[in-house]
Design a protein. Structure first.
Length: 272
């Protein structure tokens, strides 16, 4: 049986910790190389070379995950780079090219309960492939902003909007954790509690958003150890649990379900 190097890359804790360091280090925005790409908006043209590369090396799929209504460009076993050496991928680790279980649960919940976002402003934090932001647009959100620190994720989101016949929503490519609390009705984030320091930063920043702006927060996670053992867990209320499709289970070390949690800190009125 051939060794699947990309699967190892995207699920190995060590590489996830490397990604967490990137979140913590980008305090003011992206690297100089990508400074011009720190904000994408409707009508923004993509670099033709990058577009061609992404279209050639990802697969358009709507199966194997919880939201068949949403078509996405993802890295699958049929893609060339699934078995190529990870270092040959020229744009950094493509975490955006996997539809992670927490994001799947959030997107499914929003599609099934559109009132959660209808007429509201939504921030999708750590958006990745953009599926949850797309679900929010499909469900009638009045304003959607997607955030990810990887500029290639921003480009992939625009391609995924096109696949779903949507005008691209604004995308910001910078680390907004620890920034001023934005005036959002709802913040959604999935699969981001894989590193203790990053989780601590998220905990304090989200609590500040709730305290200052009365923002609602929904978190998607399949129950990873780093999430269940973090102090934030005691301040979460289970909203709904979804059984994961077999393909998603296989690609996530046998995880069988994913949960949407409502973050309701009891001390949200205190200083953070």
């Amino acid at each position: 049986m051939a060794f699947c190097s990309w699967k190892w890359l995207l699920l190995h804790v060590g590489r996830q910790n490397t990604f967490a360091k990137a979140w913590k280090s980008r305090r003011g925005g992206p690297s100089l190389r990508w400074k011009r790409c720190c904000h994408w908006s409707a009508g923004k043209s993509l670099d033709p070379e990058v577009r061609a590369f992404l279209e050639e090396n990802t697969e358009v799929t709507s199966s194997g995950h919880l939201t068949p209504e949403i078509r996405l460009r993802l890295l699958t076993p049929r893609c060339r780079f699934w078995r190529e050496k990870p270092d040959l991928w020229p744009y950094g680790d493509p975490f955006w090219a996997i539809y992670w279980p927490g994001g799947q649960a959030l997107s499914r919940y929003i599609l099934d309960h559109p009132h959660v976002v209808k007429g509201r402003s939504v921030l999708d934090l750590g958006s990745g492939c953009g599926a949850t932001a797309i679900a929010a647009v499909m469900s009638g959100a009045s304003q959607v902003l997607a955030n990810d620190i990887d500029p290639i994720a921003g480009m992939a989101m625009i391609l995924n909007c096109e696949l779903n016949h949507l005008n691209p929503f604004p995308i910001t490519i910078k680390n907004i954790i620890n920034s001023e609390a934005g005036n959002w009705d709802l913040i959604v984030l999935g699969d981001m509690f894989y590193d203790e320091q990053l989780a601590d930063g998220l905990h304090h920043w989200l609590k500040k958003c709730i305290r200052i702006q009365q923002t609602e927060v929904l978190i998607g996670d399949p129950g990873r150890h780093q999430f269940l053992t973090h102090s934030i867990r005691s301040q979460l209320h289970k909203v709904i649990e979804y059984s994961l499709p077999e393909y998603t289970r296989q690609e996530n070390n046998g995880l069988t379900s994913s949960i949407v949690w409502s973050y309701q800190p009891s001390n949200s009125s205190e200083n953070c």
